[in-house]
Write a protein that binds this ligand. Sequence first.
Ligand code: PEP
Ligand code: MG
Length: 838
Amino acid sequence: MQKLAENAEFVALTPGARVETARHGWRAKCLQRLIRLELPVPKTVALPAQSVRAIASGQGIDTVAMAGEFGANMLVSVRPSPENPAWGGPGTVLNVGMNDEMHAILSNTHGTETADALYLRFVQGYALHVARLDPDMFQQETGPGALEAALDAYEEETDSRFPQAPAQQLAEVLRSMARAWEGTTARLLRQAKGAPPDAVLGLVVQDMALGIGPGLSGSGTIQFVDSVTGAQEIRGRFRDQSQGRSSSIEALYLTRDQRGASLEEADPSVFADLKRFGAACRVKLREEMQLEFTVESGQVHVIDAVRVQRSARAAVKIAVALAEDDVISRADALLRVEPRAITELLHYQIDPRAPRDVLARGIAASPGAATGKVVFTAAAAQASAARDEPCILIRRETSPEDIRGMHAAVAVLTERGGMTSHAAVIARGLGLPCIVGCSEIEINARERQFRGPKGRIFREGDVVTLDGTNGEVLVGTAEMLAPALDDGFRTLLHWADLVRDIGIRANADTPDDARTAMMFEADGIGLCRTEHMFFDEDRLTVMREMIFADSPEDRRAALERLLPMQRADFLSLFELMKGQPVCIRLFDPPLHEFLPHDREGMRELAEALDRPLSEVVRRTEALSEFNPMLGMRGVRLGITVPEIYDMQARAIFEATVEAKMRGAEIIPEIMIPLVSASREVEIVKTRIDSVAATVRNETKTRFTYKLGVMVETPRAALRAGEIAEHAAFLSFGTNDLTQMTYGLSRDDAGRFMSTYVNQQVYFEDPFHILDVEGVGELLLMGAARARGARPDITISVCGEHGGNPESIAFCRAAGFDYVSCSPFRVPVARLAAAHFAL
Ligand code: PEP
Ligand code: MG
């Protein structure tokens, strides 16, 4: 270790030198590793953070000793070396040491033109970034007299000659870089990238490898995988007669392709060396690296190496390939892929390299991107789909009536709503990109148009693109990347399944959802919201007949017609899930959700039911409630109108018998929603047991089933001990439980959620990330009380939180058996669960 000044020291990079990332930064550490691998790295010296700090605080430093390391006629580069490459740092300065004497030497060896160009660029860079002079004075283009003009300008501005002593130049460069790191803008920038407030900078001084001269000379970068796909292909470029990022004379591509001459052909041995270096890095640094290199008269120097930048799909492919080649362990491969990032692989995604014309922003409610023509009604969406024209459904908010329109659309945008509003939940289930709570737009459905910020008007048929991954609405089309459910993805998730210790089921309501759940290899269905089965045209009418029935007989008659449809639904779910558990929730929403909301719809309904319009209007009004989410829904409906649950139970059991006859042994799980008292469970259980007994008798078939309770009200959590006596499992419906714990409407919270989060009233949107302090406390209390009463009870979460990594960590720590989430969130959940178990 050499002394620079009182507190300043530096270390020459050798295989045995003591270099630490925390002190010298990642770049110094990485270069030392390259040296250990015997890669041809030019002589390099590293300044630790402590020295850089001393320099920034104005302590004079003696750079003579350091310059001595590089011998007479030194020419060096200075690069930043923070602890983490993501934190950036001041720009690299090349050719420090360039002075009249070096100019003369280089004029002899490389010609005056080259010497002039190098000197000029150094003077310009130094004037701007080190001496901080007016850029206008130093804009000379290379050419006769330009160098002299720059030197004169320097002298005029500073009243002194351009510094000639390399040690002085070096001292000034180090000082300016050290100070740049301390600047407020730089600090804010790196903190935005996750750097701690006290992040420090190391600096790396390296002998310049010139990249110019006789024979093959130049500079370039090379990597051995594609950054977007992760495929093992050589990427990069080489610039003949150039230094790093500097302007180039001629570009050569690395490998031969339609673009013309290649480095591979120009110098096969240089190319072979680079491939060898890349392979060594991959094995020894256990990572795909991008090498920055210079060639001087056919001699390769590796001047830097960074981890290859990568998309999520490339990250998966690279991690799996490294593990399959035994370079890293499977556990490492799992940990190298950020769970949230793999959402990108499941959906179309806007090419990150493509330009974006952002029109408005809202809450990113369901990931993926899609382009389509704007429509404002479900009917228009269906008409558009019938014409094979992709459309984007834009609504103030959605209701069950819009479901068919959502099915027909390629993406959904709503002006209102939050993470668990109707549009958000349905879109996530369908895997549709969705943005909600986009208050920057104003919809005028009657005029079939919406107004964006700055008064821009968009009419039906105009094309927009939705990026549900980051909540941006873009004008027009955008370049897309296709989903990548490839072998690498599957392999990684299988490895995840081997280590995770919490089950991941899917919320699946329809056969399509069940197929998606199977494609993403969920451990079964944790929540089938049966009411979603009633929105198809034919069923909706029967459903409405049931609602409007005048007598129990009429109601039974309508339910008789629904029975075979439900039986077929359940049978297909059982068959699709191939013996995996299927948990079916009995009917939950308030009945009025199935009734039309406008006059036109009521007229159609009156016609379909052959009843006077006035009666339809009156009955609909009679069903409306002041607070439907807290009204006659869930088990309350099940107790008041028990025929609905009877029909559903029968459909489930008959489907179980049918599945058994076809060779699939099923133990259906039946779940009661919105329970708040144990007596509710007792009453429903008695009826369901009796339906089971009837079906067993009728079919002469034995089967069992499990009855469970959804804990969605605070009271159910508090009374979980008592409730558990009647339940084989409890599933926390954290959407309703959050709504009721906060007294916060899940459909209206979007309006003020961002204000609340910005002002840190809430740490996060509690509908998005489980509120572990409040709602979480109810979960823990409920689970403990339930287990106290019934130690073998199965406990899970089936609200939207089930797909959120932080919430999964909480459920796992609490010893829950599984979480259940939208099918498209299953892969992220599987990987996140594995991360927590490692
Ligand atoms: C819940 O409330 O968490 C739940 C899963 O049910 P839903 O979202 O259908 O109300
Ligand atoms: Mg609920």
